[in-house]
Design a binder for this molecule. Structure first.
Ligand code: BGC
Length: 752
């Protein structure tokens, strides 16, 4: 039983108000003040306007047509930023236009550098599967270096939305379902993009998105309504945003969804009270693409003018592509509906970041042709993304040690529409990378084995040419390639099948109602298995898939996601045992789509099990298990890791020490992610049955055993109450440790 509740305002409440990172540089503040003093109202509003460039589009064109007077507005200081302009030559051109304005204020240039620029890392969800924060930080640094060398100084990343619903296409952009892992990764990515010094021309400003709760779109349908309680908001949604803010992220992006009836773009609680108020955020907030205008179809604003009023009052500082700030803010201020102080504050925030980036010292700081030639796609970057890709692979099943494959002596048939594909593995969100630039599995396996392989696509993934739009016509009819593939499988000792989703089947606007392996691929798999049982399934996908049948019938399954430029090399190293897979799932894999949303850190319910509810009256399905197919945190390697000797002891104050022994039982050296979960058994607000609170990735040589130690204190054992205060409630805690969220050792401890 809880005896008392300790509210911790100093550490988690007031501490938010003046965190060290939010201290602004007095020298920069003086310059911002001086500039603001010279600016007209219109010029300040100009800073709040962001235009799309003249090339890539990453959202729908504005309803009234694209801005016709972009050039004139650039020259008259009515544009503070552009997105989707890239390449030194192009950035220089738009910067030259902006510098013709009265006060010569440079543009900040934004771009979606989501998992690399031209040299691509794995998609963010895959990177999260590495649980390797140093590698993730390095990957973000590589992305920043290349983008900066191409003239860009601001990325719309990291996306830190917690996501539990595999139907949502944007799960590929985040770190999965867990707020603790998500928070660590959010901070690592911010540090990777921004480095130590934002004015270094090889670092770029991060933009933490989408603030907030976008990942909770109902039914997994993109842009859909979000309706979550405050407990979920504070404990699940906000922690990665807060961690990113604490890591010094200089910008935030709001989101398309409404939450509790208020669209995020017009949400003052989120933007003014929490972000800029409690967290003391001194950077600026950009709207999502057109989201200020979308306040009208949401049913919150009657027209663009009211939309601008609501958004600016709520704390949205920059308008991405809806033009409502430019069109209406001046008259709103003149009529007294908007306080000019809010406009000055928004302009101040935007100018501050421009000064921090060094753009006022040299507006062409990011425009160096020599850097652009030498710093994109160089060997260091290729090596970093290859290392990242290997670490992102998750081995899900390996019956009878079918893997690793020997490099010679066994005849291997490589089958599947994605086996030789050099585009799909690049994944979604890669506007600066060209099609066909990934190493395919075929190329990787031939390179690492030194042999030519038999290869049969079996089916084409698409009927016709894949379109950019979401309606990809997955092949459901053409089986003409089956015979050759089945025949090849008959002659082989082992079959490697590469199946899954095309890279563009995930990402924005790419929700799916069915999350199985699409098209004829499953049928092909069954036909091959009928003639050769020795099948290794290599999955490429941007979301958890429902692969219940495959998990039962296929002896080995490798989750290879969309791994980016070095995909085939990374996969080949794992298949041949040059790298012992070490990834762990950052999202639960369902057995069927009907279980979605499925996540490990759920609440208990009043009737959690059959024992309490008899045959019928307990929380379950009649036709499906409650359990995921593969749980959060799951992944095996070529060496079995055995856990023993969990010891949980009281430390000083209300802290506890957790120790657990891990032994590498195999013949190969390997890495293991040791995970610690807690369950606060009784609390004033119900707590999840498990919450990840610590992890460490350890390397163990064959036979090696290690005791891994963790300390948990009130900052781990507490939670946010429904007022958004962090509280620690003494009482009983179940402490669990293991190699995934299900197979754990556990011990109860009481903190009085
Ligand atoms: C997406 C953002 C993205 C922006 C700019 C929007 O549609 O939701 O994540 O950064 O477009 O491309």
């Amino acid at each position: 039983m809880k005896k008392w509740i300790l509210i911790l305002p100093l550490i988690y409440g007031l501490g938010w108000m003046v965190p060290a990172w939010s201290q602004t540089d007095p020298a920069i503040e003086a310059k911002v003040d001086a500039l603001l003093a010279r600016m007209t109202l219109e010029e300040k509003i100009g800073q709040m306007n962001q235009y799309n460039g003249f090339w890539n589009f990453t959202g729908p064109a504005p309803a009234g047509g694209e801005a016709a007077n972009k050039f004139d507005n650039l020259k008259s200081g009515m544009v503070g930023s552009m997105l989707n302009v890239r390449g030194v030559e192009n950035v220089r051109k738009v910067q030259e236009l902006a510098l013709q304005s009265r006060l010569h204020i440079p543009l900040i240039i934004g771009f979606d550098v989501i998992h690399g620029y031209q040299t691509l890392s794995p998609i963010p969800l895959a990177e999260a599967a590495s649980w390797d924060l140093a590698a993730i930080q390095r990957s973000a640094k590589v992305a920043a270096t290349e983008a900066a060398a191409s003239g860009i100084n601001w990325t719309f990343a990291p996306m830190v939305d917690i996501s539990r619903d595999a139907r949502w296409g944007r799960v590929m952009e985040g770190a999965g379902e867990d707020p603790f892992l998500g928070a660590q990764i959010a901070a690592a990515r911010v540090q990777g993009f921004q480095g130590r010094d934002l004015s270094d021309p090889l670092t770029i400003a991060a933009c933490v998105k989408h603030f907030a709760a976008y990942g909770f779109a109902e039914a997994g349908r993109d842009y859909n309504t979000v309706d979550i309680g405050t407990s979920t908001l504070y404990n699940m949604v906000l922690p990665p945003f807060k961690a990113a803010a604490n890591a010094g992220a200089r910008t935030f992006m709001n989101s398309f969804n409404e939450i509790n009836g208020i669209p995020a773009t017009a949400n003052a609680l989120l933007q003014r009270d929490i972000l800029k108020g409690q967290w003391g955020f001194t950077g600026f907030v950009v709207s999502d693409w057109g989201s200020i205008g979308e306040l009208i179809p949401h049913g919150l604003a009657r027209d663009g003018k009211q939309a601008a009023e609501l958004a600016v009052n709520a704390g949205s500082d920059m308008d991405m592509e809806s033009y409502n700030y430019l069109n209406h803010l001046k008259s709103l201020v003149e009529s007294g509906q908007v306080d000019e102080a809010l406009i000055t504050d928004a302009a101040r925030r935007i100018l501050r970041v421009k000064f921090e980036l060094g753009l006022f010292d040299d507006p062409y700081r990011y425009c160096d042709e020599e850097r652009e030639r030498t710093m994109i796609g160089n060997s260091d970057e290729m090596d970093a993304v290859l290392q990242m890709a290997k670490k992102s692979i998750v081995l899900l099943k390996n019956e009878n040690a079918l893997l690793p494959l020997p490099k010679s002596g066994k005849k291997v048939a490589l089958i599947g529409p994605l086996a030789a594909d050099k585009t799909s593995p690049l994944g979604s969100w890669r506007p600066a990378a060209d099609d066909g630039t990934a190493i395919s599995v075929l190329e990787g396996m031939e390179r690492y084995s030194g042999n030519r392989l038999m290869h049969y696509p079996g089916v084409k993934l698409f009927e016709g040419e894949p379109a950019f739009v979401t309606e990809l016509q997955i092949n459901e009819t053409d089986t003409t390639g089956f015979a050759a593939a089945v025949n090849g499988a008959k002659q082989a000792d082992v079959v490697v099948m590469v199946l899954g989703e095309h890279g563009l089947m995930t990402g924005e606007g790419r929700s799916r109602a069915f999350i199985d392996i699409p098209g004829l691929q499953e049928e092909l798999l069954k036909a091959v298995l009928a003639v050769n049982s020795q099948v290794v399934l290599v999955l490429m996908n941007g979301r958890p898939l429902a692969i219940d049948w495959e998990a039962e019938h296929v002896p080995a399954i490798v989750e290879a996601w969309h791994l980016g430029t070095q995909s085939g090399n990374a996969i080949a190293q794992v298949l041949y045992g040059d790298y012992n897979p070490s990834g762990k799932l950052p999202m639960s894999f369902p057995r069927s789509v009907g279980q979605v949303p499925i996540y490990y850190n759920h609440k208990s319910t009043g009737r959690p099990d059959r024992a309490g509810g008899g045959m019928v009256f307990w929380s379950h399905y009649n036709d499906e298990s409650n359990d995921p197919l593969y749980p959060f945190g799951f992944g095996i390697g070529y060496s079995k890791m055995a856990y023993s000797d969990l010891r949980v002891t009281r430390g000083s104050g209300n802290s506890i020490t957790v120790q657990v022994n891990v032994r590498n039982m195999g013949k190969l050296a390997g890495e293991e992610v040791v995970q610690v979960y807690i369950h606060d058994l009784v609390a004033s607000v119900t707590r999840p049955v498990k919450e990840l609170k610590a992890f460490e990735k350890v390397s163990l040589s064959a036979g090696e055993s290690r005791t891994v130690r963790f300390t948990l204190d009130e900052s781990s054992l507490g939670f946010y109450n429904n007022d958004g205060h962090w509280v620690f409630e003494p009482g009983d805690f179940m402490i669990m440790a293991g190699g995934n969220s299900v197979d754990v050792l556990q011990e109860k401890i009481t903190i009085q």
